[in-house]
Design a binder for this molecule. Structure first.
Ligand SMILES: Nc1ncnc2c1ncn2[C@@H]1O[C@H](COP(=O)(O)OP(=O)(O)O)[C@@H](O)[C@H]1O
Ligand SMILES: [Mg+2]
Length: 330
């Protein structure tokens, strides 16, 4: 149904104008460094499956969605959707597909700001050639499911970001596409809106057998929604069922020790340890195997310990570790 084959995208290097000699040289053929966005993604998604593309900021998620929408040519490789090349045969792909881009970024400009939610959904239904007898039924169903009924006559322009995003998802419920691509559909949204959107996605798959590719940087969202996940950051890292991914991430380290100690500590414990010092206190975070905990605590005992916690490593920790987001580690 959907197949990525060595899908690779390098963006051309930024062109800085003719103002200096270097740019001039660059323009006339000296090699400039290209920006990698996707490198050799390979995966297959079956009909009715929710496939999670999980990666941090800059992993290449939006680049993938743009290629799927025929907006960007891959540098190498191919993406097949329903057997058609997503770029070269986009017309054949487009009628059975819908994409929800991140936040308010309405890539196609399909939403009319001075039309009501209802009229916008009607317009979209017609674009996707939903039969006249079905349109109202589907719109009512979508508005009901996403708790948008009372707002049906409000101008799109007046809606909050969360509401706009719900209208985007409602459009998918009205179109009932064979393939739905979601580019970080709940980023920046509150928990209630998030869960309404998650329910709508489940409903689409259950009722209409929609095949979904969901990109997200939110581990919990990927776990909750996906049948299978590809963890990637430009290059693929791990692929499998969400629980398999968690297991494989957790094998390497299984305990997290968080300690506050007095003084500015030199971080030379010999394990995977991060130290943050401020005001003569150091926060030490260590990722360890169970068997290493005692030895680490032994090394720590020469300092004055203000507090100490030993915790199970969560999937979130493992994810941050992989991407080396040390500053975000709690
Ligand atoms: N139009 C562009 N020109 C040059 N580089 C780009 C462009 N769009 C994205 N990139 C780069 O490609 C990489 C992947 O970007 P993107 O697909 O937006 O990632 P994500 O959506 O996962 O945050 C990033 O390093 C980004 O800076
Ligand atoms: Mg993005």
């Amino acid at each position: 149904m959907i197949e990525a084959m060595n899908l690779t995208k390098y963006y051309p290097p930024p062109f800085k104008g003719f103002l200096d000699l270097k740019s001039l040289k660059d323009f006339f053929g000296a090699p400039r460094e290209e920006i990698p966005a996707l490198i050799d993604l390979n995966f297959k998604v079956k009909e009715g499956e929710i496939f999670g593309l999980l990666g941090p900021n800059g992993a290449g998620k939006t680049t993938f969605c743009k290629i799927a929408n025929g907006l960007l040519l891959p540098t190498r490789g191919q993406l097949l959707i329903n057997g058609y090349d997503s770029v070269k045969e986009h017309k054949k792909v487009a009628k059975d597909m819908f994409t929800v881009f991140t936040g308010e970024r309405d890539m196609w400009g399909i939403f009319q700001w001075r039309l009501s939610i209802y009229k916008n959904l009607r317009f979209i239904a017609r674009l996707w050639k939903v039969s006249e007898s079905e349109i109202n039924k589907r719109i009512n169903y979508a508005l009901d499911l996403l708790n948008l009924k009372e707002k049906r006559n409000e101008w799109y322009q007046k809606l909050s970001a969360g509401m706009k995003q719900k209208v985007y998802i409602a459009s998918a419920l009205v179109i009932q596409p064979k393939v739905l691509i979601l580019d970080e559909p709940t980023v920046f949204l509150d928990i209630i809106t998030k869960s309404e959107i998650h329910n709508a996605i489940f409903e689409l798959v259950k009722e209409f057998g929609t095949t979904v590719i969901l990109t997200t940087h939110d581990l919990h969202e990927a776990e909750k929604l996906s049948d299978r996940v590809l963890l990637f950051s430009k290059k693929p890292i791990l692929e499998g069922k969400p629980e398999e991914i968690s297991k494989r991430l957790e094998v390497e380290f299984d305990k997290k020790v968080v300690a506050l100690v007095k003084g500015n500590v030199k971080c030379d414990f010999g394990f995977k340890v991060q130290c943050f010092s401020k005001d003569n206190v150091t926060r030490i975070v260590a990722y360890l195997r169970e068997s290493e905990v005692a030895q680490f605590l032994d090394g720590l005992s020469k300092y004055k310990i203000l507090s100490l916690k030993v915790e199970e490593l969560t999937l979130e920790d493992a994810f941050l570790l992989i991407f080396n987001h040390s500053k975000k580690v709690e």
